[in-house]
Design a protein around this ligand. Sequence first.
Ligand code: ZN
Length: 233
Amino acid sequence: MKNKILTFGFDDAEIHDRKLCEMFRKYGMKSTFFILSGQLGFKCDFHRYGEDTVVERVSADEIKDTYSGMEVASHTESHKCDPDDFEGTVGRSMRYLSELCGYEVRGLAYPGGHYTHELVHNLSQNGVLYSRTATVTHSFELPENLLIWNPTCKYDDEDINALTDEFLAYEGEEPILFYIYGHSYELTQKEDGKSFESFEKLLQKLSFRDDILYATNKEVAYLLEKRNNNDNS
Ligand SMILES: [Zn+2]
């Protein structure tokens, strides 16, 4: 196993995912995309970053092509996760996305990063492989519990460059994990450190290294499961 693992998670499935996926493919990287399965093709006017714009989510019929080489996972049906309604908020969403992708969707990102222990328990009872929070660790530790998977940082974190340098310089034997998350619409900002341009520079810096494993969240989760099983046997 390579000692450095890099993974990404991008939420909300806005059409800017198209450009982002192309960028990931260009640099030989893999990301997981968390989709609101009940809002595919949804479109509405919206004001953000000081301008009138449109929120537009990817459509159902483009899922396979747009996310080719990436992983599709669930972000619930409509950005709500009801612990008492696993089926309506998560189960149905995962099944529908599995149909659209042609493989089994087993991952989740908590809407707004919110979860309760009841919900975590429910997910574990229903075969969800992993679920990501929005609690950043600023560390490269492997998650202890895949259903409370805290990312390292957001893509526009003020420490992103320091963390990237630290990650690249690491030469230890113990595997470390760098998990960067965000939303593709955030990359439409022009500001340095937040834009598509800045993000591309970050990817360039991290790309095509022999000592890094580029993996989707699901691939990381399977690796960690395997590692734990080996440790326990
Ligand atoms: Zn979200």
